[in-house]
Design a protein around this ligand. Sequence first.
Ligand code: AHR
Length: 652
Amino acid sequence: MKQRKIFAALAAGLMMTLDASAQQQFTINARPGAPIQETMYGIFFEDINFGADGGLYADMVENRSFEFPQRLMGWNVFGDVTVSDVSPAFDRNPHYVVLQPSGHAEKRTGLENRGFFGMGLKKGMTYEVSLYGRLHQLQGSEAKLRVEIVDDQDVPIDNKEITIGTSLWKKNSVTLTSDRTVEHGLLRIFLDGAEGVDLDHISMMPGDNWHGLRADLVKDLEDLHPGVFRFPGGCIVEGTDLATRYQWKNSVGAVENRPLNENRWNYTFAHRLFPNYYQSYGLGFYEFFLLSEKIGAAPLPILSVGLACQFQNKDDAKNAHVAVDDLQPYIDDALDLIEFANGPVTSKWGKLRADMGHPQPFGLKQIGIGNEQWGEVYPVRLEKFVKQIRAKYPDIKICGSAGPSAGGEMFDYGWKEMRRLGVDLVDEHYYMSPDWFLKNAGRYDNYDRKGPKVFAGEYASHVKGMDKQPTVAMNNFEAALSEAAFMTGLERNADVVYQATYAPLFAHVDGWQWRPDLIWFDNLKSVRSVNWYVQMLYGTNKGTNMLSLTQNGKPVEGENGLYASAVYDKNTKQYIVKIANTGTAAQQITLNFKGAKSLGAGTVTTLHSDNMQATNGLDNPDNVVPQQSSVQANGNSATVSVGAKTFAVFKF
Ligand code: AHR
């Protein structure tokens, strides 16, 4: 019986390979076409879902400067602890804590910080605890502090003493080591003597941080090989009101004196409210530029156009937006940012960059003005920026916005205005269903080639109702496969689509407001979503030139559930073909490379799951990951098989 089954299966397989009519024939013109932009397949960073503080920014202490409106939010204090701002250490973050002895040798005064949803401590890792301190009111000559890390059973793991022997503010640091891995540890500091102290900017950094950033999350970005890095958002560029918009000038210089900002995402969204969500700006524009350099992505800062978040403010509301005639400080912010990134060290902002440790220019080539703006209030303001940026920096490319929707009246108006203003790139946003992504694989086939280029600046496939129903699966294989299929259309249209960034990038499993997101993490580890693997496969196989790929003279965009595109890589001299099979049957496909020489052996990397709801989680990070095997071409053609529900990348 078993033998008969095997024979039947073999026969079916043989018939499939021999029956030419069951085979799809794809023709790939081997002559290199339009160049693929180096900026293709990038990342979009926004401080949402605790992406910065509590996420990529490695400082483990929440409210380290005591500037949250409830000054002690995040801290558990005991004994005699008060808050003061008299003779502060930092003028833009003036509050600090005063610790006074409790008046009894057995009673303690001190404070504890549990970080963001607990502090993750790793076995063998060192932690640098630093704080600014001074003797309180010159009461004595020396005060002692005990600094300790504590595990989730309240057992101290390691401790060190700090002696404060001056009445002038001074930075003190100790290094603690954890001998165990703890999910929800804490930092405790208490007076260990009879003298009082003033303390400010209490910070705790893991020893493996990279310029203040979490090493594992930096690696997750690096491994994507992104072409462009968009920052700092998203709606936080705009702010809930103008006062809380992202102001890059507040995010540079000494970290201790970067003023705290209220995060636009601390309000209720998807039924989740995080009133403790603030921006320390520890991850600021200097760090964003450094990170771009490290991960090899072109930096793309987006700045406020003078409109507070249009979702949160009616356009005619008083003070929602800056009057057109009052925009000059905002325009100056844009011009000064270009100087900060590229200016000589003799210039005001170039000098600050050099003082911060980077005399070489960052090589900024483009800037976005306005995030996701719409309506008449936008172009009338953008126009003023365009004129002055063009006049002073004619080589800098400008990105404008087409609004929050994938199409419709508002979108068309946005594009019309962007053309009129002659911006270089138009930022399109689409958070749509998997079905939409499949149906829109040909979206760019007929786009105007003469106008501005496309920047797909925020996109992700959303399985129905996801944001309103937290129980719905997130970042699942269904979404990822539809993105892979859609992206063949980005690749095929490389002459008009210049860059694309999946969004959002990060989410803390205990602090998310929006999903899906590319990378999830807790305080100890991170996980690369299935969607991450799709982005990585595109980012590491983007090639240098597009190739025409057709079936019966037409692009492959949905027939038999297949989506395909091809590129050539001049550097490696490889042909790369991407095929997403969204159907329920495996497909036999002959790839005919017209004009190519003999291709020889190649590889295929596949991403597949039998379960469309499959996800990668912190506990099963390798649930859906790419698999590689070899394929063989015959002359200049190769007959390959692409399994049902599979994304495959072939390389010859
Ligand atoms: O990515 C999340 C949000 O989606 C962004 O902040 C905003 O630009 C868009 O509406």
